[in-house]
Design a protein around this ligand. Structure first.
Ligand code: MG
Length: 166
């Protein structure tokens, strides 16, 4: 950003949390992760994408993902959350805003996610319109405590900074 350049920036915060159950695929950042449990959800239950969508909607001062894509609507049953993210990003671009950077923390006890993070970035960066060094994805465990620590749930927080440059 150049000195004196007019810029409008808007920050958004997103959070998501799902129960882990048998018989569901574990999808995070559009990557199917081999594991015996997956997120119980109407869509594919992708907590990372859901948190990013809520952060994007929040930055625009809009409602949450559940209002935008109701779980009572059969159109969203088992849908890839990447499709939902594409739709929201199209609206962001149409409004003249672009993503400056985004950062996320996934909380999952098992399995370890480190080896899947570059694949998540490969899926998400083109949709968000950013480069890999503009997207942070961290994976933490629950340290054995609470529902997440017992591998009963998966959670994710995300922040997104939007900017309008003129
Ligand atoms: Mg969700």
């Amino acid at each position: 950003m150049k000195t004196g350049e007019a810029v409008k920036i808007k920050v958004g915060l997103g959070y998501d949390h799902h129960r882990l159950v048998q018989g569901r695929a574990l999808v995070i950042g559009g990557i199917k992760i081999p594991f015996g449990l997956g997120a119980l959800a109407h869509s594919d239950g992708d907590v990372l994408v859901h948190a990013l969508i809520d952060a994007l909607l929040g930055a625009k001062g809009e409602g949450d993902i559940g209002q935008r894509f109701p779980d009572s609507d059969p159109a969203y049953k088992d849908i890839s959350s990447l499709e939902l993210l594409r739709g929201v990003m199209n609206e962001i671009k149409e409004s003249g805003l672009s993503v400056v950077n985004a950062d996320a923390v996934i909380v999952l006890e098992r399995p370890k996610l480190a080896s899947f993070i570059s694949g998540m970035k490969t899926n998400l960066c083109p949709i968000l319109g950013i480069k890999p060094d503009q997207l942070g994805i961290k994976a933490k465990t629950g340290e054995g405590g609470g529902q997440t620590g017992q591998n009963l749930t998966i959670a994710c927080w995300a922040v997104v900074l939007l900017g309008r440059f003129s």
